[in-house]
Structures are given as structure tokens and as C-alpha cells.
Design a protein around this ligand. Sequence first.
Ligand code: SF4
Length: 344
Amino acid sequence: MTVLDQRLSHDDASDWEASAPDVEPTAEWAAEIRRLADARGATLLAHNYQLPAIQDVADHVGDSLALSRIAAEAPEGTIVFCGVHFMAETAKILSPDKTVLIPDARAGCSLADSITAEDLRAWKAEHPGAVVVSYVNTTAAVKAETDICCTSSNAVDVVRSIPADREVLFCPDQFLGAHVRRVTGRENMHVWAGECHVHAGINGEELSDQARSHPDAELFVHPECGCATSALYLAGEGAFPAERVKILSTGGMIDAARQSQARQVLVATEVGMLHQLRRAAPEIDFRAVNDRASCRFMKMITPGALLRCLQEGRDVIEVDPEIAEKARRSVQRMIEIGQPGSGE
Ligand code: SF4
């Protein structure tokens, strides 16, 4: 049975809401994906946390912001975004005239879901005049209520760009917020208590154990990790030399890997990141601080779901034009400040 037949045997409407059938990511599957993408005039984008087979078949692999920019510039009229829902929404916000598809619209994000537009409106009402800074991992509706979006690369610059006497509401990630508050020393900055279940699961204890058992390794930490504070603390204690600790966005990790002289690097973020790091610097031994740090939402984009997406042209991402217009303004401000570099 070919991969095409496997999918077609499941195309009854009642199956649609269910998960796509399992399909082995064989060479035949990859060829079929490429054929269907060409037939549909689509460009395939894959986030760094996607399954290796999805990353390998995509036209571009990267972080959420880089991919949204590629989507906006791509000559193709259709974008297939292999990532989670808010990322595909951001691509749609920046490319309103293109068709944006996601292989499984149920792929959410626990961090983006930790604040709703209603929550944010209520928080703003408690702090009139405050400037709202939202990390890019938010829904379009939250971005529409936001003054400036930020990535982990430019969060510090974004907060520094706000006059010192204005209160700042930072959401939704408490670890990134704590990192920014520490670096800027800003006291009138309020941080929403949201977190990502994957990053929060990478804790300081595991990091300390790994630091002690790999004394010569470098350490790449994503600032959303629960261990970012521990990494800085360990560096301060001398357990991990400060110059070997790098707090980096996912895009920044790839650049740092290419420049690193280290033989071994410990990586504190979602495990899908290891695939691109190993491709960028095959001579380095990259190891996960927590090899269970896998995002179940990212992994909903299976080979079968991608095949179904290209065959049936679903799921389509729609953003209300009024919300998209307001959200676009906060995303544009993000792009204008500092080095937005990369999102998650
Ligand atoms: S790893 Fe966390 S922040 Fe990233 S998509 Fe998954 S749930 Fe969201």
C-alpha cells in the first residue's frame, strides 16, 4: 500500500476530526510530500521542535519569527506551517493575502494558552497607562491587546525602549519575564505567571547534576526554561564558568553552535532542537539536559498529518481582519526594536 493509499483509506468525513493515520516517513512519503507541495504551489515551513522527518522534508526550518518572515516573502501563495497554532497565526497576520495551512489545528501551546485576551484586558484595567509587552508565543487576540511583542532575543531591548516612569505588563512567560527584570533592573514591571509545561520541566536540579558530570561542556539555555535562573546561579557560584553559559533563543543556538569550539554542549530546551544543532555542527556532541523535554503539541504534526494537509488543503488558519490589523501593529513594533532575531 502506498502512502497515498494509506491516507485515502481514511478520508471519510467522520475521520477528519480524529488524528491523521500513522504514516512511516519513508523516502516514498517524502517524495509524495514534495510532489503535493509543488502541485499546490505551497512552501513548507518547519519549526526547530518538529520531528526530524518533518524538518528534513521542509523548504525552511527555523524559529517562529524567522519562519513568519520567510512566509511573508515567499513567492508561493500557500504556506504550510509545521508548528503550533499561534505560529501559523503569526504567519497569517504577516501574510494576510496568503493561504496558511497547519497540518493539525489542534496543536496548541500551553504558554500561549496561559493568558487570554479577556485576562489581559482585565490586567490592563488594573494598571491604566501601563505598556503591554507580550512574548511572541501568544494568540492573535492577545497580540491585538498588546503594545509591543517581543522575542527572547529582543525582550530586554523592548523593555528598555519604554520610558522608565511607565509601568510595564509583561506576559505570558514568567521565566523570560524574570530574566528581563533581572537584566534591566526594572521595578515597575509586572510579570504574568504563565509558563510552558515543557520548559518548566527542565529544572535546576537536573541542570546542576549535568553541570557537575560534564565539567568541560558549554551550556545553551533557552530563557523560557525553568532552569535559566539556575544556570545563572551556577555560573555565579563558579560551578559552571560564566563564559560557558549561553542564554539563547532557538535561532541564537544555531549561530552559537556554528561558532563554538566546545566538544560537548548541554542543551536546555525542547529536544527537537538537537536535530538542527547536530546538522549545524556535526563535530559537537550535543546532549539534552532533560531528554523527556518534548512538546506534545509540536509532535501532533506527524508525517500522516502533513500528508493529509497537502492532500485536502486543511486546516486553514483564519484570523479576524480587525484583530489581525491590531496584532500586526504590535508585531511590527517588535521587528523595529533591537535585534528581534528569533522567537521560540
Ligand atoms: S515547547 Fe512550550 S512554548 Fe513551545 S510550543 Fe510547546 S508548549 Fe508552547
